[in-house]
Design a protein around this ligand. Structure first.
Ligand SMILES: C[S@@+](CC[C@H](N)C(=O)[O-])C[C@H]1O[C@@H](n2cnc3c(N)ncnc32)[C@H](O)[C@@H]1O
Length: 404
């Protein structure tokens, strides 16, 4: 059996080969900070597998995990933390990412990590001490409010999913600082790195797909994936009005199980495209679009990288019908109910538009955010731009085609 050191070396080599680790700083941190010390009791093969490891559940739902190494690496690259930086991490978990951050910022920097649960913070402290990284400060706090006692920060990283950008986080950033968070935008969780360009103003520097457990406490969003009445398919609401309306759910259920009018889909969508590519495109263009995950798919809280073989689709629900685009081969658009053909035309047109645009993905998005209460002079929405107001009142302006 490989030793922990050998297993770590192999993991880092894989992350470099796959382009997840790109910079010498992130590589050095991944090489130096022993993940197995943050997962006591796991054998080296499991501690250095490229998988998230659940560490706490509540009522059968995972509320804390040690994140997937490839996702951690992607986010550390997005964060661009540097020696001497002051960093706040929200979502300590077992402390592994905080340890990596401490390595990146070095002895002249500072890392404060907060978690909402005392037991997790206790564990984090123990694990960091075992790794010789006691200089990280681990505190029990609801990160919805940031951590004002340690502000201002050069970098704030959430390692837990949010549905809104809270003004507190932006207020605690230095000018030119960076906020990195998994943010759900119309049903897609996106890891967005924002630069703080002015009071209350953020501009994205990179966007990636991700899948994190959600924020609890004051910033929790009660919105949940909905299991259809038949108990099989799950609806991920891009638009909550549709998904929560019983009529919409019923029509989706019937369309999945009763004969409808089928036509070939203009694009053979892969399952991951239904989240990160085509699905993201459709949901941003039309708030009536929802994601559907098949009975064998379970909940999307698991890693996006493990989706192969899962049945999934997109739905567009109108008042008197719906259309479904189902990915499993052959990709099909099914219309159902009197309004179904119109909905299918719309879905087909959206899919064709995505192909014409070069099949863009999350990485091609640009997101500007305006926090009205902090912005002296909020810029107007650009011509043709779309604006989504999140649950904290932050205005997200989203455009395609300008990402790296
Ligand atoms: C995916 S885990 C964090 C992973 C971790 N950073 C690592 O190194 O692997 C998300 C964490 O966020 C924490 N969390 C959830 N809501 C929170 C809140 N409001 N404030 C602070 N932490 C929160 C959870 O308890 C959980 O430990």
């Amino acid at each position: 059996m490989a030793t922990a050191e050998q297993a770590r070396e192999r993991l880092v080599a894989d992350l470099v080969r796959d382009g997840r680790v790109r910079s010498p700083r992130v590589r050095a941190a991944m090489e130096a900070v022993p993940r197995h010390l943050f997962l006591p009791g796991l054998d080296p093969a499991a501690a250095y597998a490229d998988e998230a490891v659940p560490i706490k559940t509540d009522g059968g739902v995972t509320v804390s995990s040690v994140s997937q190494p490839s996702m951690v690496a992607i986010m550390l690259e997005q964060l661009e933390a540097a020696p001497g930086h002051r960093v706040l991490e929200i979502g300590a978990g077992a402390g592994w990412n905080a340890g990596l951050l401490a390595h990146v910022v070095g002895p002249d920097g500072a890392v404060i990590t907060v978690d909402i649960d005392d037991d997790l913070v206790e564990g984090t402290r123990k694990n960091l001490a075992a790794a010789g990284l006691e200089r990280v400060t681990a505190v029990t706090a609801d990160g919805a409010g940031g951590y004002p006692a340690g502000a201002p920060y050069d970098r704030i990283e959430l390692t837990v999913g949010a549905t809104a950008i809270r003004p507190e986080w932006v207020a605690q950033l230095v000018p030119d600082g960076r906020l990195l968070l998994p943010l759900t935008v119309r049903g897609s969780q996106l890891s967005i790195a924002f630069t703080h360009t002015g009071p209350g103003l953020l501009t994205s520097t990179s966007v990636r797909s991700c899948a994190f457990v959600r924020l609890r406490g004051a910033g929790a969003d009660p919105g949940r994936d909905t299991v259809l009445p038949g108990g099989g398919w799950t609806v991920q609401p891009a638009c909550r009005d549709v998904a929560e309306g019983d009529a919409g759910l019923e029509v989706l259920e019937r369309a999945l199980h009763e004969p409808g009018r089928d036509r070939d889909a203009p694009v053979p969508g892969s399952v991951s495209d239904l989240w990160d590519g085509l699905g993201l495109w459709c949901a941003l263009a039309d708030p009536r679009v929802v994601r559907l995950l098949g009975p064998d798919g379970g909940c999307l809280a698991r890693s996006l990288f493990g989706l192969a073989g899962v049945r999934a689709g997109l739905g567009l629900v109108t008042e008197d019908g719906c259309a479904l685009l189902v990915a499993d081969p052959p990709a099909t658009i099914r219309s159902f109910g009197p309004g179904g053909d119109g909905a299918a035309d719309r879905l087909a047109a959206l899919a064709a538009g995505w192909v014409r645009a070069g099949r863009p993905h999350a990485a091609d998005l640009r997101v500007d955010a305006v926090v009205p209460e902090l912005a002296d002079d909020p810029p107007p929405v650009p011509d043709g731009g779309r604006e989504i107001v999140d649950g904290a009142g932050t205005r997200l302006r989203i455009a395609w085609g300008t990402g790296p």
